[in-house]
Write a protein that binds this ligand. Sequence first.
Ligand code: ZN
Length: 394
Amino acid sequence: MKKAIILPLLLLLIVSYSDATKHTAVQGLRYSSYESHTRIVVDMSGQVEYSQSQISNPDRVFFDLKGCSLSRDVKSSLSVKDGILNSIRVAQFDKDTVRIVLDVNKLKKYHAFMLEDPNRLVIDVYSADAETLAKVEKISKGNKRENARRFNEIKTVVIDPGHGGKDPGAVGPGGLQEKDITLQVGKKLGRLLKKNYKMNVIYTREKDKFVSLNRRTHVANSKKSDLFISIHVNASEKRNAKGIETYFLNWTNNREAMRVAARENRISIKKMKKIQNDTQFILQDLARKNKNEESMRLAHSVQSSMVNSLQKDYTKIEDLGVKYALFYVLVGAEMPSILVEVSFISNRVEEKRLASDAYKSKIAEAIAQGINSYISQSTLIVKPGIDYDTEPQG
Ligand SMILES: [Zn+2]
């Protein structure tokens, strides 16, 4: 008898519980305009399912976000008018659905995907407008010339000390925290770049505070910096794992690279695989813009500088090489960007070394030298042999 009463009660509880918690809040709407596309970012309190459709004449793209409610402070419409996107509108379509409408100037294509930490829906729209296309073509033609010019102008480096605040990163067997090491190495690096190489330095954080991954690249892009260096410390369940490795952003099948990226992104490997598929076009876009190649050269330069310099003073420094994986903090950075894993905090010997000031200074010096040789090699390789002025000016 008792069971018969408890069961419906339990069911009722489950139903009302799921009813109360099922709505995800749409918390904000923002966009950035690029030469080739406009990116719309919808900030949300959680992950959502959505459907999408398009209508032409005038061209509109619709997104219906399921199980969502619109936060009160979100503006119902945003005027964009950047040549690609005219406006963005958002409304509570029915009690469970938030609809987003994009008014596009001659829609060519669009992509949408969800990202985490923070949760957001990202939509990239491309216009078929002739003027825009002509502009894009001119830019890609001018790319070589522009790259060459940029090498002489590498002045500003963003230093991104990983983790911070409520996020300690990896913790060593002796209790050393990744967030402290990354900040100490980052600050040493910044001082060296300013003093010895006369560079401008921007930090994504200078204190022990939490900064979202999204915010970090935003800092880099908004300050128009030339290089982005994210500093981290590695960790593994295998206590004997040790060494130095440097990453740049790309799609990977390598399980170990995926494991490191999953840890830094604070998600599971399974999720990592899914996100890789969802964001493939971003990676293709990067390849198209030649950014991978530059990031890869920067990674090699910094990695070999670190290994060579540390091997002079320390025994058993392992060179784990240059690798690539999908790191959130590097997605969206508009400049050559790398992530260095300076040693393993999970390894007792390397944890002890990381605790010493001399070791951290050595790492910072080596990274600075690596950056410097990347810049000077760039100037040497690209400058001769190319006649930049034969390209039409525009
Ligand atoms: Zn880390």
